[in-house]
Design a protein. Sequence first.
Length: 339
Amino acid sequence: MNDNRHSDQHSVTVAGIDCGTNSIRLKIARVDADGMHDIVPRTLRVIRLGQDVDKTHRFADEALERAYAAAREFAQILSAHPVDGLRFVATSATRDAENRDEFENEIERILGVRPEVVPGTEEADLSFLGATSVVPRTQLDAPFLVVDLGGGSTELVLGGDGVHVPDTQVEAAFSMNIGSVRMTERHLHSDPPTQQEIDETIADIDAHIDEAFQTVPAGKTRTIIGVSGTVTTMTALALGLKEYDHRAVDGVRLSLEDAFAVDDRFLRMTRAERRTYKTIHPGRIDVVGGGALVWSRVLAKVSAAAEADHGTSIDSFVSSEHGLLDGIVLDYGRRLLAQ
């Protein structure tokens, strides 16, 4: 964290950076008693910081250079928008990289703040806070299961029952070491992937979900909220959008049937076929199939757990543009206000 100026007691202007396995995001907002008010809503760059980390346990030199270039760009944005504080949160890939000190030192030199490599449990809490901070309470039934599907890890976070537990309070969370980049690099080597590769990926994913369910009582879920680039991209494709439009994707409810169909179709496409869809960010072309497969397996197994628990299967989910980055900014702003 970096506190640059004293703020008044009513609001603070803060910036958050979410540095994941595949992408890095910056958000600047004013935080007050009423919540967040965007100044720079979100700036995203796909940097693939986690390139080969699952295999080598080190950041590749070219991946580090992409991260530093994005950080320099963010520094320019921040110079035009003075803030009371900046928090830089790094997640799955950085947790796994043996040469993370090199990365942290250079980021601190560029931005003046050292990355915080948060554990998966804190990542889960912040994702839940961000996702539920904008939940329309009258439309969605609690408890909520927030699924934050990243490049290297996927967080399952259950919270709120709408009665005894506040809707933004986490009951249970688990961080799984599966994500779009990790599954692609580990299993999906062919273009398009073979059925054997797909089957091996499913077995890997399911084993992680089963382990997560020992900690997270997913059967209690009434509403699934999916956040992250994989979820919103696949939602946009299911909606038939010709280009990505966050306004059309944020808060939309999509049936699991439609999600399964689009996930499977793009999983089995060649990369060349995926490139014809402007809806997919170029930096996700090669890994979106792996992410889609993780997403489908999570949806299927949560729905089955809910039906076993309370006899009602879940037949849809809510796509959200709000997740970890929003949670970083909101949580940090609230803590500054409380000082």
